[in-house]
Design a protein. Structure first.
Lengths: 677, 343
């Protein structure tokens, strides 16, 4: 929000620090000054007023009070002196009719007769322009000027135009009727509805309350009598109307933040005074005021000890009082605590902590010392989720996979390519990009897009991601799930084994021994002939396979891509970091090779589990080292070659012992019809 | 004993020849395969017993094997002879030649930054907590004293989830909802940090993202002050950036803290002199922080008279950008290995 340096200076007798210096001081103690710009012999300070200070600091008076408190300077705000017309009463010219005091807690008006509408004086124009407002005519400019000063939006109606033949006009504050139309000062027509508050005469709306005035009642060159409105509206009513009509104005912006109804009186008087001075009007004798429930002053009991306990600094109580008073607070009582009354404009202050902030920032946060917390030494507990996530990342990186992080948004196109059903996707109400309306139900689409992208720059790509996916299950219930996915490209068919090796490393490093790859044909992502379920025990934890060829083409990936995706939530309970050392035997191992002729469709796993089931204590390792299929073998047969390692911890094994063990295996194999060669 | 198979013998021999490190080894291999009682001989002997129809094929295969092995051994011999003579001459060995690069994977820079962050804070007694990325309005806003229909809420431009009958859900706009979630389920005193992904409905550029990463911190105890916050943040900066950095607290506003602070540190790119990174100010905004607002304690069922606390929210990605001098925030979500492999 823009503030004029010269305007702020006008409230102080003493010269203020240079604009740069002042900006620094305000940033340290009040609010960040974003920019300083020289403009028309003045300087514009662009200050980031935070929403809590919208009640007072969207106006120059509020900022001036801050400067006074920080720099310990006396503040001279103008106090209007009105020469009111003793014969004419506002009450005999206008009447108010307000039936919803929740929507409009206060409405005040003063009539000013015999005004001369014309251009504003140069100084007034300049100030408005420096603050980013355009000059219209002296009456409208003065109303805007006072808004920039006190923060209270004001509106001026032309009394003659409030259509009634009588000499007493009725101003009605009511909700609009559905379909009622109004044309605003800038010639735009709005269709109103029952939740939009309007200021109206008997014959129709004059203004959209708190947002914008109507053309039919606006000030023009012929205006003689002005009805000045100073009102207070319910912030929610104004906010909703402003959002509904997509109409945001300087007034609506202030009202929706919430203003004190007590700003009205000084603001109306100030406006009347300036009109009198500049446009020569005669204000009528009194203000007509609808204010059924007067706002009570807020009193806060401040235990001064909490300043020290919250900020960690002791500020002398004399200083505490000085700061509060300079910010416009009143100290009502001092008795071990302070009883503090808040200034009328400070609607943001309601609890002692608010006062701690006021005192602390003016005193200076730079004065807060560094003090390590004195607490019970409670050693932190390890977060197991984080532990396993990081271990997983390490394991994939160790296997040569680089980690990527992707957006959580899924493209329409990808949803189609990967066969995700709309009812299973989590759709966004207001997606950032129309083409990405869903949240990702799988990490693979993005991971594969990464492969496609990187394949332009690299000969091989090995990447993984650990992140969250989102989907709806049958009953539309929403799920958020952690997954880990990996992909290999650029290694030809060998990629399958690289990925499988990585999977094996990962599972064994995280303590999952009992795992299996089971062929399946259910997948929209992988090739029907080359997709496997990854199983740990009986639980399916993910899928693994070769990417569908048509997807490879679609993504413009040249060559095979192998990928996997696993449900991390299912994996977590299976993880184990237990490691047990098996003592090294002093006795030498004996190795024997075993060649088995088996049907082509027999899986190595079957033989390995058979051997394992025999539970031979001296057999310490069984490795598959060759699979051979050739023309000299019988049809539909293949040869498995296993290397068996025999070893005992107690003694050197005799050849009889080894033959005995080997014999058991051979016998069991033969029972299954596997021929020893 | 397995049956004779030229392919197997050929493979085994090939491996052995390649593995031979000196001429002696090679001689041994020669006699094993091509000697008088060598393996190859067996193939020719078997020729006698092969059925007439297969004799021709078998003979050819045996001969091919013999020729192949002779050639391989001769080649290897030249190589070994050369290298032994080279060793004899003490040929210049250039250690500057690059070593063979092992194929390694790289961890994402935000993972690496996170690990450092976690280790610094756990050493100060902080637990790590994680929260959901899809949040409800209560935890993201209401519990944090950000009322519905208040302009204060506008500071968090929200991406909403299309409802299917359940309560209104959204993509969390900050990691702060974990303050409420943790306070609802844990008895103070407590100290936590929460690293996490967050979303805003905002246009992106080199320093702004719609999906970015935050680091929340929360400490609650019977007596906790802003001076403690300052000490913890100072210690964190010192360890994370490896130097004693200047930083400052300035007034700010967050509905869930009171008083609230903006935390800025000396710009590392210019060391405070002013440059394009810090927009000539010499300072970089790194976090929002403050003392936990009594309404947050109340919303979580705790008595604000009994408990005090502070909280902060750092830009986790900003911390990484400063540390590694990354000039474009969008690189983090790019999946570009040219970027990722630098870490």
């Amino acid at each position: 929000m823009k503030f004029s340096y010269l305007w702020l200076q006008s409230y102080f007798k003493k010269k203020l620090p240079s604009p740069d210096k002042l900006a620094e001081i305000l940033s340290d103690h009040f609010a960040n000054v974003e920019k300083i710009k020289k403009d028309k012999g003045d300087f514009v300070l662009d200050i980031e007023i935070r929403p809590n200070r919208a009640g007072d600091c969207f106006g120059h008076w509020g900022v001036a009070r801050e400067i006074a408190a920080i720099l310990r300077l006396p503040l001279n705000l103008p106090s209007p002196t009105l020469r009111k017309d003793k014969r004419e009463k506002t009450g005999s010219l206008v009447a108010l009719e307000i039936n919803d005091s929740r929507a409009c807690p206060r409405y005040s008006t003063i009539v000013i007769k015999e005004v001369r509408v014309g251009p504003s004086p140069l100084w007034l124009k300049k100030r408005l322009e420096v603050c980013g407002l355009q000059s219209i005519n002296n009456i409208v400019d003065i109303a805007n000027y006072v808004m920039l000063e006190t923060n209270q939006p004001l509106h001026a109606f032309d009394w003659e135009k409030i259509s009634e033949e009588t000499n007493k006009k009725t101003i009605i504050v009511r909700f609009a009727k559905d379909g009622e139309k109004m044309t605003t000062l800038d010639d735009k027509t709005y269709e109103l509805s029952e939740d939009i508050l309007v200021i109206a005469s008997q014959s129709g709306p004059l203004a959209i309350a708190g947002i914008k005035g109507g053309r039919n009642s606006g000030i023009d060159g012929k205006t003689k009598t002005v009805v000045l409105e100073g009102a207070n509206f319910n912030p929610l009513v104004i906010r909703r109307a402003s959002q509904k009509l997509k109409l945001k104005t300087d007034a609506s912006w202030r009202f929706e933040h919430g203003l004190s109804p007590d700003l009205i009186e000084p603001s109306l008087e100030r406006t009347a005074q300036l009109i009198q001075e500049i446009a020569g009007g005669k204000p009528a004798k009194e203000i007509v005021d609808f204010y059924p429930v007067k706002r009570k002053a807020t009193l806060i009991k401040l235990e001064t000890s909490i300043i020290g306990s919250l900020l960690g600094i002791d500020i002398p109580s004399k200083e505490v009082k000085r700061i509060l008073v300079s910010l416009g607070f009143k100290i009502k009582a001092t008795a071990g605590f302070l009883l503090v009354e808040t200034p009328i404009s400070r609607v943001d202050i309601s609890i002692p902590e608010n006062l701690v902030e006021e005192v602390g920032r003016i005193w200076g946060y730079k004065n807060i010392p560094y003090q390590p917390p004195a607490v019970l030494l409670l050693p932190p507990l390890e977060n197991k989720d984080v532990f396993w996530e990081e271990k997983t990342r390490d394991s994939f990186a160790k296997a040569g996979f680089s980690e990527v992080w992707n957006y959580s948004f899924l493209q329409n196109k990808a949803a189609k390519t990967f066969g995700f059903k709309k009812e299973n996707l989590v759709e966004l109400e207001n997606p950032l990009d129309e083409n990405r309306p869903y949240l990702v139900p799988s990490l693979l689409p993005s991971l594969l897009a990464n492969v496609a992208f990187n394949s332009k720059f690299f000969k091989t790509v090995k990447i993984f991601e650990l992140g969250r996916v989102f989907f709806r299950n049958q009953d539309a219930k929403l799920s958020e799930e952690r997954r880990v996915a990996a992909a290999v490209w650029g290694k030809g068919e060998q990629g399958f084994w690289e990925l499988k090796g990585c999977l094996e490393l990962f599972l064994s490093e995280l303590g999952i021994v009992d795992f299996d790859c089971e062929k399946t044909d259910r997948s929209d992502i992988f090739d029907k002939g080359g997709v496997f379920k990854i199983k740990a025990g009986r639980e399916t934890i993910g899928n693994f396979g070769k990417l569908r060829t048509d997807i490879e083409k679609l993504l413009e990936i040249d060559g095979f891509v192998f990928a996997l995706e696993m449900n991390f939530e299912k994996l977590t309970p299976l993880f184990s970091s237990e490691k047990i050392y098996h003592s090294l035997s002093k006795h030498p191992p004996t190795k024997r090779d075993l060649a088995l002729l088996v049907p082509t469709k027999t899986r190595a796993k079957e033989i390995l589990s058979l051997i394992e089931s025999l539970k031979i204590p001296v057999l310490s390792k069984t490795e598959l080292f060759d699979i051979y299929q050739g023309k000299e073998l019988p049809e539909e047969k293949k040869n498995f070659a296993f290397r068996l390692t025999f070893r005992s911890k107690e003694k050197t094994l005799s050849s009889e012992e080894i033959e005995l063990a080997l014999g058991k295996i051979i016998k069991a194999a033969e029972v299954r019809g596997w021929k020893i060669r | 004993m397995a049956e004779l198979n030229p392919e197997t013998t050929r493979n085994q021999a090939e491996k052995a020849i390649f593995a031979a490190q000196n001429l002696k080894d090679l001689e041994r291999i020669f006699s094993y395969y091509l000697g008088k009682k060598g393996e190859v001989k067996k193939f020719f002997e078997k020729l006698k017993t092969v059925p007439a129809g297969q004799k021709k094929d078998w003979g050819m295969e045996a001969n091919e094997l013999k020729v192949f092995l002779e050639k391989e051994i001769a080649e290897r011999k030249t190589v070994l002879e050369k290298s032994s003579s080279r060793r004899g001459k003490k040929k210049f060995f250039d250690p500057d030649r690059p070593g063979r690069k092992p194929e390694i994977g790289h961890l994402h820079p935000l993972t690496q930054a996170k690990r450092e962050i976690i280790s610094i804070f756990t050493s100060m007694g902080f637990n790590v907590a994680l929260g959901p990325e899809i949040e409800d309005e209560w935890h993201n806003f209401d519990a944090l004293n950000i009322p519905k229909d208040h302009p204060a809420r506008d500071a968090w431009s929200t991406v909403w989830v299309k409802s299917s009958g359940e309560k209104q859900l959204l993509l969390r706009t900050h990691t702060s909802p974990m303050q409420a979630r943790y306070l609802e389920t844990h008895q103070p005193p407590l100290r936590i940090i929460v690293p996490g992904k967050v979303f805003r409905y905002e246009a992106t550029d080199t320093s702004h993202e719609a999906q970015f990463y935050q680091l929340e911190g929360l400490m609650v105890d019977r007596s906790v002050s802003a001076a403690n916050l300052k000490a913890v943040i100072g210690e964190f900066f010192k360890r994370f950036f490896g130097q004693d950095l200047r930083f400052r607290l300035r007034p700010d506003f967050f509905p869930f803290t009171e008083p609230s602070f903006e935390v800025a540190m000396t710009c590392l790119a210019c060391l405070g002199k002013g440059c394009s990174v810090c927009k000539k100010t010499g300072w970089l905004e790194m976090a929002g922080a403050g003392m936990v607002h009594p309404n947050v304690f109340k919303a979580c069922g705790l008595n604000p008279k009994e408990w005090k606390g502070w909280a902060f929210g750092f830009g986790w990605d900003r911390l990484a950008m400063m540390k590694y001098k990354i000039d474009n925030i969008r690189l983090f979500n790019s999946g570009d290995l040219r970027f990722l492999e630098q870490f």
